[in-house]
Structure formats: C-alpha cells, structure tokens
Design a protein. Structure first.
Length: 443
C-alpha cells in the first residue's frame, strides 16, 4: 500500500537558511526543538517537531537546537543534537547523532546538546544581535536568556561594544512559511485528500443512536490508515448543542435524531495540515429551522470563498461573510437592528457569530504570518492558503432565541489557495450543498 509518510518532504532547506542569513547579517539566530511533552507521569506524547525548526532543518528529533551564526566564517549552520547512545536507542529508536546531523542534515558542525552552553555562549558574545522567538519551551527561554545575559556582560571586554539587541526570530521564518511553494501545496493536498476521505466516511456512518466518539474514532482511523501522522488538531465531533461550544473536543455524547452533527477535523501529512468543517443532519433531513440557518451560513461561506483573490484581504473576506450572515439573521428576525449597516455597527450578531472567518493554514493549523502589514490588512498573494469558515451558533443559554433555533450550531469550513486570478477551494471534494450531503447520507 502506498504510504504518504514513506518520505517526509525533502525541500531545499539550505535555500531557506540562506534567506535567514541574508536577514540577520552578523547576527545569530537560535531555533529550538523542544523535548518530548509529558502526557502523565512517565508517559510522553508522540513527538511532533516545532514547525519553524523543522522548516529550516528537516531534523525531527526532540531536544535539539539549530544555530544560524552570521558572524562565523565556517561553522555557520550548527546543530546541537541528542548524541548517539546505544542504550537509549534500544528504547526510543535510532538517533542521527552529531555525524548524522552533518552528513544527513547539512550542518557545518554538530555537537551533543549537552555542549550547548559552552559552544553557544561565546557565539552570542560575538554576534551583532541575537534572534530568538520566545516560544512555549519556558525552561529553554530562561536558559537562553541566562546565557545571553552572561555573554552580553562579557562584551565590553571581549567583543565590540555595540548595543546588543534581542530580536524576535519568528518573522524571519513566518514570511517564508506564509507563501507556500508548489511542493508545499502538494503536501497540503495530500493532507486534504485523506481528510476528505475521513469526512465522507463520517458522513456515511453517522446515524441516530450512535455516539460522537464512534465518529471521532472513524475519522482518526481513516487518518492513520491512510498514513497521516494523525490529527492536525483534536477532532471536534459535536452533536446538537455541543456544536455551540466552539472548541468542544470531549466527543462523548449520543447522536440524536433531529439534531445536527458538526465535524471539524483534519489530519497532518508531512507536517502540513488540513482544517475542514462540515455540519449535517444526524437523521435523514434538516428540520425547517436548521435548514434556514444552514442556507444562510452556506451562502455566506460560498460568497466568502468567491471573494478570495490576490489583492483581497482576510478582512475583506470576513466582511463578505459577515454581511450575508447579518442579512440572514435580520431576515429571520434574530437581530433587533433595522438595517444591515446598523447591525454591523451594533455587533449584536456577535451573540451568534463570535469568531473570525479565516486564518492562515500550513504547517500549523493556525499558521504563521502577519495579518496586517504597515497598519493595514495584508493583501492576499498567490501561494497563500487560508480557511474560510463562517458559522452561526445558538447556545441554549442565550435568551430570546426561538425554540427551532435554540441549541443549533453550524459551521462550514474550506481551505482555499490563493491563485494568480482567484482562489482554488482545495477542499471542494467534501460536499457542503444540502442536496449533495443528503444524497450521501441517505444512499
Ligand atoms: N479547527 C480549528 C479551526 O477551525 O480554527
Ligand atoms: Mn479553521
Ligand atoms: Mn477547523
């Protein structure tokens, strides 16, 4: 069977590092691959590399550091890695070690991670600036800041006495990650294809009397069976009013006739993510009230997808969706404002639509990249990928909501690639029109 993770993406990572070197001049940039995360007691999670680190190095082992040293003549790309250790490797598998870091990952030099302090501190002393992103590995944040403090204290005696600066390294990588290459898009298509199959299987298997966790299991079985490394984010399988909890991941409830099921699930292949939401009846059809709301969300979602093109912005895509949602809510008598303009101003719609319409998608599900540039929304460019995911949510606790809408949550989410002249809906193979969904559900 062909296996999508036979080979992880092999990109020209040296070219990516060259772009970082261009930016940092005689500065030094430090990137961290965190250690394994603890699940409970001595049980750890399966490792998932840090996206920035992996983007630049392709090195997938935990507890490593990559240094791009613009002040060095020869050892410019340096990896600090877990050293070979036959005893440990018996338990956790082969390591590349320092030799592998040089031979397989193109480091100019490599050292055991234990030598970080001794080898890195002098480099920081000599560098024009230290580039580092304060990430989630708090222990390492503190360790590096402590190293920098000592290194900078020594500067007046050992190096030039220019003011030292600490600069966020994130944006050096974010701009590259935001604009996807053809090869990256190919990996995203693979993640989306596996996710499409999972959503179709889930649509076909859903029935009254089942349980959310059965559908969750089917989604994730499909991800793994097709060779994806697993979910890109915990799957949301939310029946009925659970769908009004935006990050509902318990997935423990029964599936009841007459309610809708919202599934927000996507997998990761080669460390590229899919992010797809569909909402459909658990039984044979929508109730009239559910269908009215669904049609509003679908209209907003389709118009927002159509609005994706070079020069548009995440903001303008959001506005397109929002106007249609608000118009629909007004038409259904769910807002007290007189006009769409009034309703947009009063923001009463936020009771039912409280999130944004889009986010970047890539190696991270909420991918990196600035949404605003120079104080204005950033124009979309070919190669960017964003989600389009409007919804309406009527939490049972809300007052003044007619019975037929109470406890209904609907979201429709596609992944859209900005092309030269518009947008390509990468997730178009997952049905969202009611007739298509019902045909699939009831055949
Ligand atoms: N699945 C997370 C999101 O839609 O943003
Ligand atoms: Mn999303
Ligand atoms: Mn989603």
């Amino acid at each position: 069977m062909s296996h999508p993770t036979d080979a992880l993406p092999s990109f020209d990572r040296a070219a990516r590092r060259a772009r970082v070197f261009e930016e940092i001049g005689d500065g030094i940039a430090v990137f961290r691959a965190p250690p394994l995360a603890v699940h409970a007691n001595d049980v750890e999670y399966r490792y998932r590399p840090d996206s920035n680190f992996f983007f630049l190095t392709g090195f997938g082992e935990p507890d490593a550091v990559a240094v791009l040293d613009g002040a060095a003549d020869e050892e410019r790309f340096v990896l600090f890695v877990p050293p070979r250790d036959p005893d440990r490797e018996t338990w956790t598998g082969p390591r590349a070690g320092v030799d592998g870091a040089i031979e397989r990952f193109g480091a100019d030099a490599a050292y055991p991670i234990e030598q970080l302090q001794e080898k890195l501190a002098p480099r920081i002393t000599n560098a024009g600036a230290l580039y580092y992103h304060l990430g989630h590995d708090e222990a390492f944040n503190l360790r590096l800041m402590d190293m920098a403090k000592s290194a900078w204290a020594a500067r007046p005696r050992t190096a030039n006495d220019r003011p030292t600066s600490l600069i966020d390294s994130g944006p050096l990588v974010y701009e590259m990650r935001l604009r996807k290459s053809e090869a990256e898009i190919a990996w995203m298509r693979r993640a989306i294809e596996v996710s499409r199959e999972a959503h179709l299987a889930a649509m076909q298997a859903t029935a009254p009397g089942g349980a959310e966790f059965e559908i969750e299991a089917l989604l994730e079985y499909t991800f793994r069976r097709r060779g994806a490394s697993g979910w890109a984010y915990p799957s949301i399988v939310a029946g009925g009013a659970n769908a009004t909890v935006l990050h509902y991941i318990a997935n423990e409830d029964a599936l009841r006739d007459g309610e809708l099921l919202l599934i927000d699930a996507g997998c990761e292949v080669g460390y590229y993510c899919a992010d797809i939401t569909r909402t459909f009846p658990i039984g044979r059809d929508f109730t009239p009230g559910q269908r009215r709301l669904y049609d509003v969300v679908l209209r907003a979602q389709e118009a927002a997808c159509d609005a994706v093109r070079p020069g548009a912005t995440v903001e303008s895509v959001h506005d397109t969706a929002l106007e249609i949602l608000v118009d629909g809510l007004l038409g259904l008598g769910l807002l007290s404002d007189a006009t769409v303009a009034d309703a947009l101003k009063s923001e009463e719609y936020k009771r039912f639509y409280m999130h944004r319409t889009s986010h970047w998608l890539g190696m991270d599900v909420h991918d990196v990249g600035a949404y605003n540039v120079a104080g204005a929304p950033r124009p979309l460019e070919p190669g960017m990928v964003l989600t389009v995911e409007p919804g309406l949510y009527f939490a049972p606790r809300l007052e003044g909501v007619p019975e037929e809408y109470a406890g209904v949550g609907i979201r429709i989410e596609d992944d859209v690639l900005v092309t030269d002249d518009g947008g390509e809906i990468l997730t178009a193979g997952v049905p969202k029109r009611p007739d298509e969904i019902l045909a699939l559900r009831n055949d």
